[in-house]
Design a protein around this ligand. Sequence first.
Ligand SMILES: [Zn+2]
Length: 201
Amino acid sequence: MDDAGSFLPLEVKPGREAALKAVRTLIAWAGDDPDRAGLKDTPDRVIRAYAEWFGGYAENPASSLSKTFENEGGYGEMVLVRDIDVTSHCEHHFAPIIGKASVAYIPSDRVLGLSKLARTVEIFARRLQTQERLTAQIASAIEESLAPKGVAVQIDAVHHCMMTRGVKHAGTSTLTQHFAGSFKTDADLRNRFLSMISSRR
Ligand SMILES: [Zn+2]
């Protein structure tokens, strides 16, 4: 669906000047003077930060996951990468979602370079997200490219919109999980994943 990157046709995507002007407008709307010395270069800094935070629209997770290797040794157990940094932004408030992801799969015929799991998390995280969708998208991308026997993803993250506005829920974190294939059908395997990601080194 949206895995190919930008959701906007290029001719609709606003240019740099329009983006700078939008940041100036938000500064003024907040009540400050966009022309005072400390804020003069802020629009430029903000759009450069946005380019980094939302760089995931320009990247296709399928191509990052396309390089797979033959499972030569016939490894049949879980491959787990845990505590992958998640830096995302909620689509409701543009506020940071900061946390950790753990991603596991049971190989079939093909295996992935380990860094590709973290890379997949990063590409989907660098978009406007809900944590639920982010979790499911990571799992689906791995399923589609690798056709493994099973995939498990857990994300534990703090939503800054919850911590800093409205009824302030400081100290809360949100846990989401997605299980597919053998992780869905085999409760023992699922429990092994959960105990492996909660055990500390
Ligand atoms: Zn939010």
